[in-house]
Design a protein around this ligand. Structure first.
Ligand SMILES: C[C@@H](NC(=O)[C@@H](C)NC(=O)CCCC[C@H](NC(=O)C[NH3+])C(=O)[O-])C(=O)O
Length: 351
């Protein structure tokens, strides 16, 4: 299917708006076969006024969930896990409800409470309290199960980081191999994602990277440099580090069948609407968005202190886009940045 030419002028104006709304900088990279478009605005480091550039690495937040889902689906394809079995079959310490299946975890239908609601209720104090902490998966799961389930297993979609922390623990329990090894051997290596890494609990980002700046709840106060942290509160739900070209290659490779057999990819991409207008849906560790021009794109968003990410591709992987703004706790910027999807995949709709 031939898509309209990406509207890079609108991408640029969207980025300028995001900067005007408080982001120090933004980047967008669009890949289509051998053609790439790179648009950047503002600064990667406000301390020495280093300009943003599109090759910089950053924390991808929940885009990590898609990487974790791919590992899980490969194990399912290898016959080592049954998606419809109780997750408790694979866990050393049981979840409070045997009805929670592996598929419920992948599709955010388990009902498990999201511990980050309490952890980050107060944004900067919450962040400062955990930025150098190292949690076990069980520490985080125990924070969640201290609260009642949001819903009966399978009864509703309710986004929860807990689901993908449980999946990290489950994968390590089944295989005896750390998530970092699975990511590297099953995804980063085969796809040559040379700027992508899982270095938990290391707090620093190596190579060329964008610094991240967290907005305070009192927005009159200056941004907090949140670049260095363990992201141990996120791990298999949010601790991957990558860059735009790698995320574009990851999502286009995923949907074009390079990581999973057809049946398992199909299950991952089988979407359930999560918004009333049906424009947003969730599959297994994967988001889909139906854009105004009728094109549906597949990928994930990410929010981690100092970094907003959108990483999406077309159903056939021919065009991929990754956008980053290096701030967070700023919903206006997050919404604005999302407009790079329309500009990229629907082209110039102003005429
Ligand atoms: C939404 C996004 N989810 C993720 O990326 C996961 C890993 N991030 C979160 O759950 C946000 C944690 C708080 C961030 C903090 N907010 C606060 O502290 C608010 N009090 C911040 O904005 O940096 C997704 O799936 O698309």
């Amino acid at each position: 299917t031939s898509l309209p030419t990406p509207d890079t002028a609108t991408v640029r104006s969207v980025q300028k708006t995001a900067v005007a709304q408080g982001a120090p900088g933004a980047l967008t990279r669009i890949d289509e076969g051998t053609t790439s478009y790179r648009i950047v605005t503002g600064e990667a480091d406000t301390g020495n006024h280093t300009k943003m550039d599109s090759g910089r690495r950053f924390r991808v937040g929940s885009v990590s969930k898609t990487f974790t889902a791919v590992v899980l689906m490969q194990l399912a394809a290898e016959g080592r896990v049954d998606l419809d079995a109780p997750a408790n079959n694979y866990l050393s310490k049981s979840l409070p409800d045997d009805r929670i299946t592996v598929r419920h975890l992948l599709s955010h239908r388990s009902g498990l409470y999201d511990y980050t609601n309490d952890m980050f209720y107060y944004t900067v104090p919450g962040f400062e309290a955990v930025r150098n902490k190292v949690f076990t998966y069980q520490d985080l799961i125990d924070l969640s199960t201290a609260r009642p389930l949001n819903n009966a297993p399978g009864a509703a979609y309710r986004y929860s980081n807990t689901n993908f922390v449980v999946l990290g623990q489950l994968i390590e329990n089944i295989t005896g191999t750390p998530m970092a090894t699975h990511y590297q051997q099953r995804i980063f290596g085969p796809l040559r994602l040379r700027s992508t890494a899982y270095v938990h609990p290391q707090t620093t980002i190596s190579g060329s990277f964008a610094r991240g700046y967290l907005r305070q709840d009192d927005t009159t106060l200056p941004l907090v440099d949140s670049t260095e942290q363990t992201v141990s509160w996120g791990q298999s739900a949010g601790a991957v580090i990558s860059n735009a070209v790698d995320l574009n290659r990851f999502f286009s490779s995923l949907v074009s069948g390079k990581l999973l057999p057809a049946e398992h990819l199909k299950q991952m991409m089988t979407m359930v609407p999560v918004t009333a207008d049906g424009s947003q849906s969730y599959g297994l560790g994967l988001r889909a968005r139906k854009l105004s021009c009728g094109t549906t794109v597949y990928g994930h968003t990410g929010t981690v202190q100092g970094y907003y990410t959108y990483a999406f591709t077309t159903a056939d992987g021919t065009r991929s886009m990754t956008s980053l703004a290096n701030t967070s706790n700023n919903g206006t910027v997050n919404t604005t940045l999302g407009a790079t999807l329309e500009a990229t995949f629907c082209g110039d709709t102003s005429t």
